[in-house]
Design a protein around this ligand. Structure first.
Ligand code: 5GP
Length: 210
């Protein structure tokens, strides 16, 4: 079986609980590697540079784009967000299952470059619950909350580009489902073509030798 890890993209409405879901996956199961994104937005209270994000300036971000260091990037509510290429490639090569928690424009860039990537979309049980979580988080101004709600409307239009929906009502259930989907996807026929080719070649060789 091929050893390369699977790349999973996790997107979802702001306030859907993607952050906690991803943290749970990494904490509870071996073999996941979480890519730390770069962003030009200011850290929220409690967020640590290089742990939650690499917090960098707009100029630095644009230099990274020019230098080809971003695997994907997108503008989201007045800021840039992007995935550093090197970490992801190294971890996949080392057999780790890499998780990107990114918005849909970045997800679509990944799907184009790496069609074997698995795309999951996380949603809370209802729109009312989504708004409640965004307000309850208490980290954003009313204006930003409105922009994020608008963005959720945009995102609801592209959910059909994803492979699976994850309903995040109960976090434990959601994390278990995400883990099962990712591990099952690794063995889908479309993602194991190299292995199948290898077996076929071996079969042919054995047949020749007989
Ligand atoms: P937040 O400001 O709430 O941390 O993130 C805002 C949005 O940016 C979320 O939807 C999050 O998934 C997305 N995001 C975070 N990192 C990246 C990234 O590296 N690339 C892209 N395209 N989106 C990202």
């Amino acid at each position: 079986m091929k050893e390369r890890g699977i790349l999973t993209v996790i997107s979802g409405f702001s306030g859907a609980g993607k952050g906690t879901l991803v943290k749970k996956l990494v904490d509870e199961y071996d073999n996941y590697a979480l890519s730390v994104s770069m962003t030009t937005r200011a850290p929220r209270e409690g967020e640590i540079d290089k742990v939650h994000y690499f917090f960098i300036s707009k100029e630095q971000f644009e230099e990274n784009i020019k230098a080809g260091k971003m695997l994907e990037y997108a503008g989201y509510v007045d800021n840039y967000y992007g995935t550093p290429r090197e970490y992801v490639e190294k971890q996949l090569e080392a057999g780790k299952d890499v998780i990107l928690e990114i918005e849909y424009k970045g997800a679509m860039q990944i799907k184009k470059q790496m069609p074997e990537a698995l795309l999951l979309f996380v949603t809370p049980p209802s729109a009312v619950e989504l708004k409640r979580r965004l307000v309850g988080r208490g980290t954003e101004t009313a204006e930003v909350i409105d922009k994020r709600m608008q963005r959720a409307i945009e995102e609801s239009d592209v959910v059909d580009k994803y492979d699976y929906i994850l309903l995040n009502d109960d976090l434990d259930v959601c994390a278990r489902q995400a883990h099962e989907i990712i591990q099952n996807a690794k063995y889908s026929v479309s993602r194991t073509t190299d292995f199948i080719k290898e077996i076929r070649n071996e079969l042919l060789q054995i047949a020749k030798g007989e």
